[in-house]
Design a protein. Structure first.
Length: 223
């Protein structure tokens, strides 16, 4: 049933803290219809003109969610994280309403396990993920870092000195360092897909894919 959800389906976002507000705001910018729900009247008033609909309600109550039509949504985001009890109750209510796709914010692994066991389809750890990303960026060797499942990462960085001035075949990037240069951006030009003949210069930016450990070693080769 999840596979049949329309790509532009309306989204229910519960909780207008930093994570919930950022999620709702981005969905609105993407042209999605959004209903935001929060127990705080002040937050609801603040967001009333920024998204499609904003409603004050206590989402810990199943009846309150029914009254605002939560059961009509196919996608819901429980962005409440500060109170584990409230997060669990709200997620359980969304499950009871048979919402096909439920995303839930967790503040710890144990919190996330509970959310998964009661029926959340996707559990998000925004603070932990932001911290891990920051740890890679503060070294100064990487400009952006995205980690996926199974320790696979995609990184924007300056090219290490050993591969500059050579095409990607001659520099032996994949053979020597076990990473792949996916794209290259020269000053004043857009990113382009890298090929075996692509020559990386001192002023380029590169997009590299590989495991976290391999990319860290590659980035440490020197600038």
């Amino acid at each position: 049933m999840v596979d049949r959800i329309k790509h532009d389906a309306p989204v229910l976002v519960i909780g207008l803290g930093r994570f919930g507000a950022a999620t709702a705001g981005q969905l609105d910018r993407l042209g999605r219809e959004v209903l935001v729900v929060d127990i705080s009247e002040a937050l609801v008033q603040k967001w009333a003109e920024r998204v499609t609909h904003a409603v004050q309600a206590d989402s810990r109550s199943l009846e309150a969610l029914k009254q605002i039509g939560a059961q009509d949504f196919s996608i819901a985001v429980c962005a409440v994280g500060s109170s584990v009890e409230a997060s669990v109750l709200i997620t359980a209510n969304l499950v009871d309403l048979k919402i096909p796709q439920i995303w839930a914010k967790a503040i710890s692994k144990s919190h996330g396990k509970i959310l998964e066991r009661i029926g959340a389809n996707h559990v998000i750890y925004p603070e932990a993920e932001a911290g891990e990303r920051a740890a890679h960026l503060v070294s100064g060797r990487m400009l952006d870092f995205i980690e996926f499942d199974d320790d696979f990462a995609l990184v924007k960085m300056y090219p290490p000195k050993p591969i500059r001035g050579l095409n990607l075949i001659d520099s032996g990037v994949r053979r020597k360092y076990n990473v792949t240069v996916v794209g290259v951006k020269s000053p004043g030009k857009p990113f382009t897909y890298a090929t075996a003949d692509t020559v990386v210069s001192n002023h380029d930016l590169i997009i590299v894919s590989g495991t976290e450990a391999d990319i860290e070693r590659f980035a440490a080769l020197g600038s």
